[in-house]
Design a protein around this ligand. Structure first.
Ligand SMILES: [Cu+2]
Length: 144
């Protein structure tokens, strides 16, 4: 009789221990975050029909500096690529301009260390001068 009870107690104890371990294992199971995508319909980007094409080719544009110093443009002649820009910087203590001979572009009067920037999008030869000092001349050649 006693051994029966011992066996039953042992079984109960084993079940209890098993349940205890089971609950521990459940609780200590690694909590892996699972993201459910509730949005079952695929997101279709708007403007699907219009493909965006860059309006200008991704060619790096260069800015070329022309210094105005000692009553002269330096360099006097410069060759650049279409789309490049020129920045004139007045290094003189006297005011100068960079003025197109044909009136296509022109700076205001540039004081010391002031600059004037212009993009050249057209192939060609562009001559310019300084309005207060017409003997100051320069040429920009723009190529493809
Ligand atoms: Cu000048």
């Amino acid at each position: 009789m006693n051994t029966k009870y011992i066996v039953i107690l042992a079984v109960i104890a084993l079940l209890a221990i098993g349940g205890f371990y089971f609950s521990i294992n459940r609780n200590s199971a690694p909590q892996i975050p699972v993201e459910f995508n509730n949005n079952s319909t695929p997101v279709i980007p708007q403007n699907q029909n219009s493909v965006s094409v860059p309006t200008s080719p991704d060619v790096p544009k260069t800015t070329h500096a022309i210094s105005i110093q000692n009553f002269a443009f330096s360099p006097t002649l410069i060759t650049i690529k279409k789309g490049d820009s020129i920045v004139w910087i007045n290094k003189d203590s006297v005011a100068h301009t960079a003025t197109s001979d044909t009136g296509e572009f022109g700076s205001l009067s540039l004081s010391t260390n002031e600059n004037y920037n212009r993009v050249f999008n057209t192939v060609g030869t562009f001559k310019y001068h300084c309005t207060p000092h017409p003997f100051m001349k320069g040429t920009i050649i723009v190529t493809e």
